[in-house]
Design a protein around this ligand. Sequence first.
Ligand code: ATP
Length: 369
Amino acid sequence: FAPWADPEVRPYIVFENVTKRFGDFTAVNNLSLSIYEREFFALLGASGCGKSTLLRMLAGFDDPTAGRILLDGQDLRGIPPYRRPVNMMFQSYALFPHMTVEQNVAFGLKQEGMAKPEIAQRVAEMLKLVKLTQFAKRKPHQLSGGQRQRVALARSVAKRPKVLLLDEPLGALDKKLREETQFELMDLQQNLGLTFVIVTHDQEEAMTMADRIAILEKGEVMQVATPAEIYEAPGSRYVASFVGNINMFEGTLARHDGNGTEIRLADGMVIRSESGANVPAGTQVAFAIRPEKIAVSSRPPADGLNAAEGEIYDIAYLGDMTVYNVRLANGQMVKTTSLNASRVVQDPLTWHDRAWISFRPDAGVILTR
Ligand code: ATP
């Protein structure tokens, strides 16, 4: 599933140079973004970056100050929320406390004037979908947080919108339930063939569920890409640091040769990289590399490539992996992780040991921004 990579496929939702100002504060700044039909799209960013504002404009609760939002080729300006094929599910769920589960799910359908037998059938179908059939007669206060979340979900999709907007939908759930519910949401989206746009500030959640992620900062899009691209090939220092752990080596791009690129750091260390072929020599760059891509050992690697000596500063055994923070001679702290694929009886490395870090030339990326 990669419609964004197919130039023949027209995007379904288009934000075109959208700006939103509140007084003299710019919450969304000349932002353009395309989302495809049946995509699970995540808006990810720090608090206040404009995620909810984007959803609210798509739902029709707010209008852009400038720019256009198109849905299936149609300009949405002037179309009230209830006439858009878009539904929004809020973090608070906003269930009616005095109504049963089935009454909550039926509410929107009744308002729409759907016939009774049809409502009953649709509600039963929705409750089955979210596995709440046996709870149909309960009131919200007789449900767990996860069950309430599923009622809200059933209610949001009962009217069969084309697009479901989810604003931090799992925010109120504990970690274990969240993880389970993430997979349920993905299944639901697949089964219904809907387009989902989800707002979250939880990067793991976005990585788990989304086809693509937009990283936002201060009302602007920093990068739109698949979770793997965002993680493996971040386009900027901001994105690299926002998603997952990263080590950054700042230096100057020294030269290109047949084997790739050479970066020279202030302390003389030279990094060989396979990325950065288009970056001119002399450019200030960062070499960004994930902790698990760096090996740590008590001896230098035989080929001496991309290696630096340091001291084990601290070690954390996490069960599935062990984290080693290594302090290099120049004072830089490097985070490395190694997977504990077999049982760790005794770690050969310990605190304050001399240690070498090393990595392959294809293990990181050169960043100019
Ligand atoms: P969070 O993750 O905290 O919900 P967010 O990324 O969803 O943040 P928004 O709710 O979109 O952020 O808000 C973006 C910015 O616009 C914030 O700085 C917020 O204070 C401001 N803002 C939002 N709504 C209004 C409003 N009605 N009037 C004035 N400022 C607003």
